[in-house]
Design a protein around this ligand. Structure first.
Ligand SMILES: Cc1cc2nc3c(=O)[nH]c(=O)nc-3n(C[C@H](O)[C@H](O)[C@H](O)COP(=O)(O)OP(=O)(O)OC[C@H]3O[C@@H](n4cnc5c(N)ncnc54)[C@H](O)[C@@H]3O)c2cc1C
Length: 390
């Protein structure tokens, strides 16, 4: 199937429905003029349909490969596409200009994310998780951590992950057992196994920054004893470049239907070196920054997959020949008419389209009000616009 990016629908929503230009006086948003946003959406449509979509089937059929040296090879073409993603500055769209971002409203980033997710969901999860890691460090990291990690996450040269789930604990993170032992130099030694870690290991970024939930020795049981740590795959050296290999390893890949191109990893922390983010035992609150972003991301994935499914169904309905139209043959030279002539088929397609367009409008509206590049702008915008539905 050829993916047709819904560029006009996105532009209509942002310009005419949400009127994002009315935020243009907010600090840092001077550059979000609608004609600039229009161009970004056009280019997002081109990149996602021409570069990412052709890799979707390849990625799922070939999948990622785990290697005995604990590395993971992504499907053919992913590495080159990721290099284009980084070169095009796409990971920086909605990020803070202080760290190399473009400072555009998160909703513009969402527009790009929806298209990437429709075109190739497995691929789009890599930058998606990286953006989540960026947001968690932006909100809870120390100035040094922000300076060290954020520019790399914003550029996409380094990837990000969230390490929450363990074999015995998913929804109820209060049960987690991964242990953190404080060291004299202020770091922590992290030990434990995490599962289902999206983008946990791959060959596309020069470093991977794991955000890990663990319990510091002696911390209270349950959710009140969980802390958040940065565990880089390669420990940054004095110049901030990837240095010594940290003892965090991918022990295998797990099955996730339809997203074989995304490396879903079992991650083993074998006394890996970690740096505490924020305060001890306050990790879950910080991780919720990332999880809340992931929630909007999961809603977006639903819209993106529905859009892709709608496009496939509409194409099929125009090609599949069955029966004749009630108002006389519409394909008189063929053996039958395409099924799109039947009112009930059209009804089903229009139902899908209505749900998708309403869902997308709700998603973009939420993003306009809830997620801006910096916490201060998020609060400012929420105060100003929370009460209005355009
Ligand atoms: C596509 C995908 C990507 C993922 N990526 C990551 C990742 O990058 N990092 C990571 O750490 N994890 C990741 N996960 C794992 C995910 O976080 C867990 O699957 C999730 O936390 C649920 O845990 P579980 O699967 O163990 O389900 P369980 O916790 O075993 O729950 C099973 C079922 O019981 C229900 N349930 C549980 N408790 C309650 C309750 N109190 N009340 C009502 N119902 C309840 C749940 O809703 C669910 O339906 C990913 C999962 C998926 C599907």
């Amino acid at each position: 199937m050829t993916y047709q990016p819904p560029v006009r629908d996105h532009a209509f929503l942002l310009r005419d429905v949400l009127e994002i230009e009315k935020y243009a006086d907010l600090p840092g948003f001077e550059d979000a003029a609608i004609d600039v946003v229009d161009q970004i959406i056009q280019e997002a449509g081109r990149f996602t349909s021409e570069v990412l979509a052709p890799l979707n089937a390849v990625g799922d059929k070939q999948g990622c490969t785990w290697n005995p040296d604990h590395t993971v090879t992504t499907p053919k073409g992913f590495k080159e596409a990721y290099a284009q993603l980084v070169a095009g500055g796409w990971p920086a769209l909605g990020a803070d200009t202080a760290y190399g971002g473009q400072g555009l409203p998160h909703v513009v980033n969402l527009s790009f994310s929806e298209m990437s997710s429709s075109a190739n969901m497995a691929f789009s999860m890599y930058p998606g998780l990286t953006h989540g890691a960026y947001s968690a460090i932006l909100n809870g990291g120390s100035p040094e951590q922000k300076a060290l990690y954020l520019p790399h996450l914003v550029s996409g040269n380094w990837g990000g992950t969230m390490n929450l789930t363990e074999p015995h604990c998913g929804t109820d993170l209060g049960l987690l057992r991964t242990k953190a032992v404080p060291q004299a130099d202020g770091t922590y030694r992290i030990s434990g196994t995490k599962i289902w870690i999206s983008g946990g290991e791959h060959d596309m970024a020069e470093n991977i920054v794991h955000l890990v939930l663990a319990r510091i020795e002696g911390a209270p049981e349950g959710v009140r004893g969980i802390s958040l740590f940065i565990v880089p795959k390669f420990i940054p050296d004095a110049e901030g470049k990837p240095g010594a290999r940290n003892s965090v390893f991918c022990d295998g890949l797990e099955e996730k239907m339809g997203i074989h191109g995304n490396a879903t990893c079992v991650i083993r922390h074998e006394e890996s070196t970690g740096w505490l983010v924020g305060e001890e035992n306050r990790g879950l609150a910080l991780m919720f920054v990332m999880m809340n972003e992931a929630r909007i991301g999961v809603g977006l994935q639903g819209i993106a997959q529905a859009e892709a499914a709608y496009q496939a169904a509409a194409t099929f309905a125009k090609e599949r020949l069955q029966g004749r139209s009630l108002t006389g043959p519409k394909n008189p030279d063929g053996p039958a008419d395409p099924i799109i002539v039947h009112p009930d088929v059209r009804r089903m397609l229009m139902d899908s389209r209505a749900v998708i367009e309403a869902g997308r409008a709700f998603l973009f509206w939420t993003a306009c009000r809830a997620t801006w590049p910096t916490p201060a702008l998020t609060r400012l915008c929420a105060r100003r616009a929370m009460t209005t539905w355009p």
